[in-house]
Design a protein around this ligand. Structure first.
Ligand code: ADP
Length: 641
């Protein structure tokens, strides 16, 4: 009999299993039962449309059999089975390469417990078995094939005596070895306990013949009618080990957070615990249950096109779709979980689902539920919510931006921004409520980092007034605020205003008049500077926002300087955009006096050079790059010698 070799990565995982020192080896049973249940799901699903499936719902089962003398444990199912090719493909190659990649990444750190948290499928059998035999007959086939392996050396695949449709996995349990007691996996009491712990919700009965003892009737009294210890007899009983109630159908008060976490990790391939569990039951126009999870980490491909949103969709307990995207809006695409509806037909097609009214109803109900859950999370567990926001806040903001702000009402109060004054995250509501009476706008500044924004010349003046500034650091932020436009109670909404836009609404009328007059007075100087800058700025003028800095840039059009940066950094941007920049000069600064002197003395050459330098400085402060850094360096050096 010739041995076939495992594919390279399968062999690696197998080695890992065989040599595993993992303490919760019992999970192998969960994995085998879960495979059996999936296989039954497939055949059951088929039976709904295919009359040639003779089995009825109540006929499906998973059976465990123990033979202590032979040291074997068998897990049998009457599910869909596997053909020769499928045995070869499914058991010869590892399916879950995802967990393997993960293992590689962490090999050096080695802290994460891949086996326990992920579940590694069929191969976990090798943690407890010295030999594994799989006999399977696929539905629709009259051949039964036997796959067998003792581990890393490879496997054999041979035809064998016919059996019923389904799969039988037989493990020869390892001998005890030092601390490792494998015998427990031959003990029916222990097996029943493991099934209860990990597989209670499996929807098909998991049966096992159990040895039991009972008192023989009438042996508890002696001949005189006095009570005595009764005599016992052994008997066997075929017991169903699981309650078969899926976790989402149980009363949520009775489900522990560990149970939820285990279910989540197993079903949704995450190795960390969910940050939040939402379980709900809805009755009325749409009757369904939902069990939703908010992950505690951002999936590595979350903000890419590869990420697929969606919930599992069940129809009265039967899985009909693994990932139903139509159940979740994009801005809540991070939510994982399932929906079990009583109103959906079992064999509804994908195309029909999209137009299904029930589904739309479920979607909008879920949307509300998720929103309410996030709101109460934000209100009651701020710290945890901030962690969540770090992971998925960007998605919420993109949701606000997308569809031209239609989702504003739903999402805006879930957002957090860095407050300059409080140096922590605040909601728009918190900002709004802390605004002094006379404050006209909700101020924000956009840039790379909060540290950098804190140094913006324009920030000083606003903060000095006692007004707070929201520091925005995500690319989408400013675009999103433009969609929102304003925030606040009805008829008392306040507009959002970038601190580098030309009108900050801070000056009194008198101050405005004064600046206007001084600008008029210095118009020839400013025109000369504007000419020197040859189209780079639309205006040069005195600033009302500067306190200690000599210059800054502001923008006068709808496009801010930060938006220019963001748009131009996008790979898909075909043409570069430019904001309308204004060079603002601090009238109280000595630099202004120097400029005036040059202009009065008619030194146009030097005035032009100074204008270039000041403009370059203002660009640097804004985080813009200089078109010609060498020229700038040379001009500065010229001043030194
Ligand atoms: P996973 O279950 O995550 O896909 P496994 O390694 O446990 O990974 O199983 C690999 C594949 O082998 C399964 O996807 C399934 O197609 C097949 N398989 C395993 N056990 C059974 C079974 N009892 N009946 C039918 N197919 C099975």
């Amino acid at each position: 009999m010739s041995k076939k070799q495992f594919k390279a990565e399968s062999k690696r995982l197998l080695d890992m299993m065989i040599n595993s020192i993992y303490t919760h080896k019992e999970i192998f049973l969960r994995e085998l039962i879960s495979n059996a249940s999936d296989a039954i799901d497939k055949l059951y699903f088929r039976s709904l449309t295919d009359d040639s499936v003779a089995l009825k719902k109540e006929d499906f089962l998973i059976r465990l059999t123990v033979d202590k003398d032979a040291r074997t444990l068998t897990v049998r199912d009457n599910g869909i089975g596997m053909t020769k090719e499928e045995l070869e493909k499914n058991l010869g190659t590892i399916a879950k390469s995802g967990s393997l990649d993960f293992k590689n990444e962490n090999e050096t750190g080695g802290k994460v417990d891949v086996i326990g948290q992920f579940g590694v499928g069929f191969y976990s059998a090798f943690m407890v078995a010295s030999r594994v035999t799989v006999r399977s007959r696929a539905f629709g086939s009259d051949e039964t094939w036997e796959w067998e392996s003792t581990g890393a050396e490879g496997y054999t695949l041979e035809p064998c005596d016919a059996q019923d449709v389904g799969t039988e996995v037989t493990l020869v349990i390892k001998e005890n070895e030092g601390e490792e007691h494998y015998d427990e996996f031959l003990d029916d009491w222990r097996l029943a306990e493991i099934v209860k712990k990990y597989s209670d919700y499996i929807r098909y009965p998991i049966k096992m013949l159990r040895e039991k003892q009972r008192a023989i009737e009438g042996t508890d009294k002696d001949a005189d009618g006095h009570y005595k210890a009764p005599e016992y007899e052994n008997y066997t009983e075929d017991e169903t080990l699981n309650s078969m109630v899926p976790i989402w159908k149980r009363d949520k008060k009775e489900v522990t957070s560990e149970e939820y976490a285990q279910f989540y990790r197993e079903k949704f391939s995450d190795y960390s615990e969910p940050a939040r569990v939402i379980q709900s039951k809805t009755e009325g126009t749409a009757t369904f249950r939902a069990l939703l999870f908010v992950p505690s980490r951002t999936p590595f491909n979350y903000y890419t096109k590869e990420y697929e949103k969606g919930l599992q969709l069940y129809s009265s307990g039967v899985l009909i779709m693994e990932k139903c995207a139509d159940l979740l809006p994009d801005y809540f695409s991070f939510v994982k979980g399932l929906v079990d509806s009583e109103d959906l037909s079992l064999n509804i097609s994908r195309e029909m689902l999209q137009h299904d009214g029930q589904l739309k109803l479920i979607k909008s109900t879920l949307e509300r539920k998720i929103k309410n859950e996030l709101s109460s999370w934000l209100k009651n567990e701020r710290e945890e919510y901030e962690k969540f926001f770090k992971n998925f806040g960007l998605q919420l903001k993109m949701g606000c931006y997308a569809s031209y702000g239609t989702n504003k009402e739903l999402l805006q109060d879930l957002l957090l921004f860095h407050s300059a004054k409080q140096e922590k995250l605040v909601t728009l509501r918190e900002y709004y409520e802390a605004m002094p009476e006379e404050q006209k706008y909700i101020y924000y500044a956009a840039g790379e980092s909060t540290e950098r924004l804190a140094k913006l010349p324009a920030a000083e003046r606003v903060l000095d007034k006692g007004y707070d500034i929201l520091y925005l650091t995500d690319d989408v932020d400013e675009f999103m605020l433009q969609m929102l436009r304003n925030y606040g109670d009805k008829e008392k909404e306040k507009e959002f205003r970038n601190i580098s836009s030309d009108d900050l609404g801070i000056e009194t009328e008198a101050e405005k008049e004064e600046t206007k007059a001084r600008n008029e007075e210095n118009k020839p100087l400013f025109d000369a500077m504007k000419d020197a800058l040859a189209g780079k700025v639309v205006e040069v003028r005195l600033s009302q926002r500067l306190k200690t800095h000599p210059v800054c840039l502001s923008s006068s059009g709808p496009l801010s300087i930060e938006m220019e940066k963001v748009l131009n950094s996008m790979p898909a941007q075909p043409e570069k955009v430019t904001s309308e920049k204004v060079l603002e000069i601090n009238g109280e600064h000595e630099v202004f006096a120097a400029l005036k002197r040059l202009h009065d003395a008619g030194d146009t050459e030097k005035l032009a050079a100074y204008s270039e330098i000041l403009y370059a400085q203002a660009q640097l402060i804004e985080g813009l790059s200089l078109e010609d850094p060498v020229a700038y360096a040379n001009s500065v050096c010229k001043l030194m010698v």
